[in-house]
Design a protein around this ligand. Sequence first.
Ligand code: WQD
Length: 338
Amino acid sequence: MSILVTGGTGFIGSHTCVELLEAGYDLVVFDNFSNSKPSVIDKIADISGRGFKFYHTDMNDKNALKRIFADNQIECVIHFAGYKAVGESVEKPLMYYQNNITGTLNLLEAMTDAGVKKIVFSSSATVYGVPRKVPITEDEPLSVTNPYGRTKLMIEDILRDLYVSDDSWSIIMLRYFNPVGGHESGLLCEDPNGIPNNLMPRILDTVFGKQEKMQVFGNDYPTVDGTGVRDYIHVQDLAKGHVKAVERLMRVNEIQAINLGTGRGYSVLELIKTFEQVNNVSIPVEFSPRRPGDVAECFADTKKAYDLLGWKAELGVSEMCRDSYKARLMLMQGSDNA
Ligand code: WQD
């Protein structure tokens, strides 16, 4: 029996594949490389010392999905595949709905036809919108402010409706806070195609000379130092959380939304300062106006993840900054040697 990982060469998908292989699971992976590279396949195998079946395909190819389920004994699906840039989703909403919603419906139909009813879904803290209070618990009201976030909430609603129609499904929706870092080996990291939006890739672009200085979006928020506060979580901790979710799915028929965060918020300036100290670099900053859609503070209540999954984040921001830097450095050295 295998686990199907959709979007398995992406940032979080690739780290999760490593953890699943190291935990002894057999994997079938597909990706369309819209935000990742084929070279990640070998890196996953090199780190874990294990191979896996890979399909270069798209979740909007219904026949390809049908073949994957026909050719493999799939027991459970972890669904990462989807576009995830907030700004791009505002410019191209139809592309986001077509890919993320229709693609997910294709996947769920293929699963149903194959009798596969266990899924871990890659959701996001973005479904909380502007939180009423922090730390954020899973029963907080859900509201979204952009098409990307709306696709995540819509897919959660689709899964909730699916479970009401057939409670033989086992569904866990993992709401990620802010994933950062890279694999301790330095072989895997966040390597987005195109211009990154998120804080850590922008810090790395500044350190490695792709941009002159860090734009800090807003320093007038009601926070410790006026800059945005987020719950940064090491991608390896996040990946381990998925293994725990799979273990639970094998035991329990239910639908659950579970936060994956550290429960600790750090401001933009605190993260930049930590990055400078850990990696002995200097990062010039410039303050800019607030970014539309940003919230002041967002960090997780992590009790449910511990109670239901027996999981909690182990790595802190120092390791996140260390591993982000090391992985980007190795990526650049690798591209220089290519
Ligand atoms: C973090 C903080 C910015 C860049 C987004 C998505 C969320 C999830 C994670 C997918 C904020 C500040 C950023 C920069 C800055 N993605 N910042 N200068 O917006 O919390 O969450 O990514 O699931 O769904 O919404 O993350 O890294 O973009 O921003 O000052 O150049 O860094 O204002 O306070 P965000 P982020």
